[in-house]
Write a protein that binds this ligand. Structure first.
Ligand code: SAM
Length: 185
């Protein structure tokens, strides 16, 4: 089973499948050992993301801060955020199978089962967006350009300001990771 999903993951990583197909793969994976597969491959993305978020807020204020975990999956980031004292966390995840696993862990206040929408962050002015991903995604045709141009567009239009871009080793096995912090203006 793990091999099956690792093969599908490679298809996602090289941009071979549409976004809907990728979500369908996650949908099945969420119900079939996603957590076990990624922990076997030393996946530190959720921990790095939570540490970055924790670095933005003093310990005393963390339980008042509202967070939205976009692409929450089975809740791995939520688990790490709770360790740092955050409790007002909502999950947004289009793959029902992933979200069902997150629900079982009882980590989030609300569960939104849909894609990120254009107006999702409309009331988040003054807040931060923390984005962590495999550095390799910057080399996936289509994804890289759309990601970079989205970031540039938002910066140029004064919608957000980049506060951090930091590379780190061993994001997933030996792949480099990158984490960004953007302040919503
Ligand atoms: C690599 S998984 C990461 C899941 C989780 N954050 C973790 O670290 O284990 C990416 C997740 O993003 C979700 N996703 C894909 N497209 C999305 C979109 N447009 N809006 C929100 N989530 C999306 C996928 O369904 C998948 O669960």
């Amino acid at each position: 089973m793990t091999d099956h999903f690792n093969e599908r993951l490679k298809e996602i990583l090289v941009g071979k499948v549409t976004s809907d197909t990728a979500v369908k793969i996650y949908d099945e994976w969420g119900q079939n050992g996603y957590d076990q597969s990624v922990s076997a491959q030393a996946y530190i993305g959720p921990e790095v993301t939570a540490k970055t978020i924790a670095s933005l807020y003093d310990k005393s204020e963390r339980d008042t801060i509202q967070l939205l975990d976009i692409g929450a999956g089975t809740g791995l980031v939520g688990e790490q955020l709770r360790k740092f004292g955050f409790s007002k966390i909502d999950a947004l995840e289009p793959a029902g199978g992933m979200l069902a696993s997150a629900r079982n862990k009882n980590l989030y206040r609300n569960y939104h089962n849909h894609y990120l929408k254009k107006d999702t962050l409309i009331d988040a002015n003054g807040g931060n967006i923390v984005l962590t991903m495999k550095q390799l995604y910057h080399d996936v045709p289509g994804y890289s350009e759309s990601m970079r141009s989205l970031i540039k567009d938002f910066e140029n239009s004064g919608k957000w300001e980049k506060k951090l871009e930091s590379q780190f080793p061993n994001y997933f096995e030996d792949a480099l990771g990158v984490t960004y912090v953007f302040k919503l203006l």
